[in-house]
Design a protein around this ligand. Structure first.
Ligand SMILES: *Cc1c(COP(=O)(O)O)cnc(C)c1O
Length: 231
């Protein structure tokens, strides 16, 4: 059991690197982010011991204790929906927030970061048209980005999405292409304080396609840690 998590991680990493080669991208262009929600700290420690230094977490109540249990050189990525009353806890331990989905949340992060005199890297979460999910629509994203650019303690680094769950991951290629184009479009507007270079997209089911289409961060849970069991 103990060896399998790192072995899985290496398998996924090899797939990422192969997809980079197919797409003529440098193999190190992509950060593989193990998504460790619901997983015990021992599983994270196994990866840490092998040199993995970043994890994606969805829930503040897991992020906070896990960030205390692993050494300080781990970068924690907050990838789940974030409520404003949890912002304080997240700002103190996360290195990037992928799930920025409202102006009210942005303002709460801004206020907290101002207090601590720090800057927070953020990604705008884009919704690919699923009502059950959070996020900003493709159409609204440029105007939203411009407003985020005005908040001096936020550093808008790019975009994030969770594409629909589909039988055939090829079906999500169009969303990943739209994401990359949206990133280019926003950058071309030359909005003050914004230069975006992060595309967080691709999960267990579709990360290979996402890498082919320009993902810089893939968030992979099941393929590394196995099926999740929710209590
Ligand atoms: C759980 C989760 C993932 C990982 O999903 P898998 O299908 O297990 O790889 C990625 N991103 C977000 C936002 C998640 O909630």
């Amino acid at each position: 059991m103990k060896m399998t998590i790192y072995a899985n991680y290496k398998k996924v990493l090899a797939q990422v690197e192969e997809a980079c080669r197919r797409a003529n991208r440098p193999p190190r262009a992509v950060t593989l982010l193990p998504v460790s929600k619901t997983r015990p700290i021992s599983m994270l420690e196994e990866l840490y011991q092998e040199g993995v230094r970043c994890f994606g977490e969805n829930y503040v109540q897991e992020l906070t204790p896990k960030s205390r249990q692993l050494p300080d050189d781990v970068q924690w990525h907050m990838i789940g929906h974030l409520q404003r009353n949890k912002v304080k806890a997240v700002v103190s331990c996360a290195s990037m927030i992928h799930s920025l989905d409202s102006m009210r949340l942005a303002q709460a992060i801004e206020e907290q970061c101002a207090k601590l005199e720090k800057k927070m890297d953020v990604l705008i979460e884009i919704n690919c048209g699923e009502e059950s999910k959070f996020g900003i629509s493709f159409d609204e994203a440029p105007a939203f980005a411009a407003r985020i650019g005005k908040l001096s303690h936020l550093c808008l680094r790019g975009l994030m999405t969770s594409a629909p769950f589909v039988e055939n991951p090829e079906d999500n290629r169009k969303y990943f292409q739209q994401m990359r184009q949206l990133c280019v479009d926003i950058n071309e507007k030359n909005i003050d304080n914004i230069h975006m270079d992060v595309l967080s997209m691709g999960m267990t089911n579709d990360y290979i396609i996402a890498v082919e289409e320009g993902a810089t961060h893939v968030r992979v849970g099941t393929a590394i840690f196995g099926e999740r069991e929710y209590p």
